[in-house]
Design a protein around this ligand. Sequence first.
Ligand code: AMP
Ligand code: ZN
Length: 464
Amino acid sequence: MELRLHDTLTREKRPFVPLDPKNVRMYVCGPTVYDFAHIGNARPVIVFDVLFRLLRHLYGEAHVKYVRNITDVDDKINDRAARDFPGLPLNEAIRKVTEETVRQFHADVDALGALRPSVEPRATEHIGEMREIIEKLVAGGFAYAAEDHVLFSPHAMNAADSELPRYGALSNRSLDEMVAGARVDVAPYKRGNTDFVLWKPSTPGEPSWPSPAGIKVPGRPGWHIECSAMAWKHLGTHFDIHGGGIDLVFPHHENEVAQTCCAFHQSRMANYWMHNGFLQVESEKMSKSLGNFITIRDLLADWPGEVLRLNMLKTQYRSPIDWTLKSLEESGKTLDDWYRVAADVAPGKPAASVIEPLLDDLNTPQTIAALHGLRNSDVAGLAASLRLLGFLSESAAQWEARKQKASGVDASEIDRLIAERTAARARKDFKESDRIRDELAAKGVVLKDGKDADGKPVTTWELS
Ligand code: AMP
Ligand code: ZN
């Protein structure tokens, strides 16, 4: 079976044919680093990690390049830095905010079992490429300087008689509709009300670089141009897959396509545009004002990252996902069971029954159903399949020990009580042995009496 992926641009599932199977290239929009990542941000991280792993499985590890950027220049970062470190010069405060946020992001995504991308470019290290693209756009008549800004004109793009794509094609809207729907308070320096910012002036103290397009005052880039520049630098002007959350289709990805295609005179930027659906919490939109905003970091205090990962993959990536405690608890139980049966066995080969649904536009619910099927028929296949999907990073003992730590149970104390109970039973003091059993049960520890291979009585335990 071949890999088929849904393309947002053509709105259909198509066979995936890489431009170069020796160099399969994927770009995913990464975080803007001003705050802790929330569980919605974890969705693209996990979904595109699964795709990265699948592509490596199909084309070989050395033949897949995955780029996920870090947006470290953005007005939200400036605002946060000024608020959190009012005593510091702004640029120093910004460095503190971005460094700490990147560190936390890495800790979060590592815990979620996501591989690091091949390259993690930062916007601030690609200002030269941004300027270069802007100069090309101005030279081509697609962009203009006005009041120290550089603006891109979608009208100029759609008026150009060439192989360029139509502005609005990705998000499936017409420019006329956009004009009609545009806000009335359009900035005076814009010639058209759908024109968007490629570059803007900085006030003294704000991050700034020498400006393109003959502008004398220093400035900083707009958000969209950052991704066009980083994708170009690391993947070329035309590559295979571009991904992100569904909220990025418009305007961010529409504008990326416009910039890249107009600068390099081509009809496509990525051959497949993939977008994950949104995550909501207990049937409500997640937002700070509703008080149901959950960071990855908060969840990791209560759950192993692999439980969050499995819970995310229970829903196919294009569907909306409702994040609930009930579902998390079930995911936790499933992983407890898989760790018990598969974590310590020598892995075989990933099972075809697991790979096949993945090939169908990452049908992870089907994949998980297949894993449940392997549980009782092919434990070595289950182990290999789980590893391919980014699970079983620990041994069964480590997993169990971590759970105990999380639930406040001390394993050596339990062993001591079990030894006392065994002694009580040996002297037929069943009152005492029952008392110890009840004491442990109150802590959620269930005892199981059995016999070892030589017929000697042994007591094992697990958490209820
Ligand atoms: P941001 O830092 O807000 O630009 O978001 C980083 C990534 O997370 C983008 O790909 C967003 O589309 C994605 N994202 C943000 N919120 C959610 C959500 N609630 N559900 C799914 N994806 C989200
Ligand atoms: Zn982007």
